[in-house]
Write a protein of this length. Structure first.
Length: 180
């Protein structure tokens, strides 16, 4: 696994946008078969949280997650299978819980400490690749939607944070050390 080069990112995004509906459905079914808990988290749980605030933003989130799935499939190949590491998603959830819990409790601490915790959350972890070009593309999509729909700042931030988590999860899933 490597950081996406600009050219391969654009080619993978073109691939994502060129997929017909039947091929897209088959891809999503295969992803759900290969990684059921991962799929459930990204395409069911996360969007339901955003839907509580803004249904249009939740729909955009799912479209962008589809783009992410296509990018990883096009550049890095088929999704690793659940049967090869059945506890992977549980371990990821545990790691995310440790990182997200302090952010969620941020309302009980001062702004300076809260800001520091947010910065730490978005910093790459030891040995972690960060797909900044992909994240920039995703964030621009959210910003465009926010400008068109007058979405509130907290929903935009929530959507961007969840997209960051999605990219991190895909990166971890495709990274060999994360599977050990």
């Amino acid at each position: 696994m490597h950081v996406l080069y600009t050219q391969e990112l654009y080619q993978a995004l073109e691939y994502a946008r060129s997929i017909d509906q039947d091929t897209g459905k088959r891809m999503m079914i295969q992803l759900e078969i290969d990684q059921p808990m991962f799929f459930q988290t990204i395409f069911k749980t996360f969007p339901s949280i955003i839907t509580e605030r803004n249904e249009d933003m939740a729909n955009l989130f799912m479209d962008l997650c589809f783009d992410v799935a296509c990018v990883y499939k096009k550049v890095f190949g088929n999704t690793p299978k659940f049967k090869d590491d059945p506890t992977w998603m549980e371990r990821q959830a545990g790691l995310l819980d440790k990182e997200l819990k302090p952010l969620m409790e941020g309302r009980f601490i001062n702004d300076k400490r809260s800001q520091k915790m947010k910065e730490d959350f978005f910093k790459p972890k030891a040995g972690e690749l960060q797909q900044n070009a992909l994240l920039q593309f995703l964030n621009e999509g959210v910003d465009d939607m926010a400008a068109d729909t007058q979405s509130d700042e907290s929903t935009v931030d929530l959507t961007k944070t969840m997209l960051f988590v999605v990219v991190r999860l895909f990166t971890n899933l495709y990274s060999k050390p994360a599977l050990q």
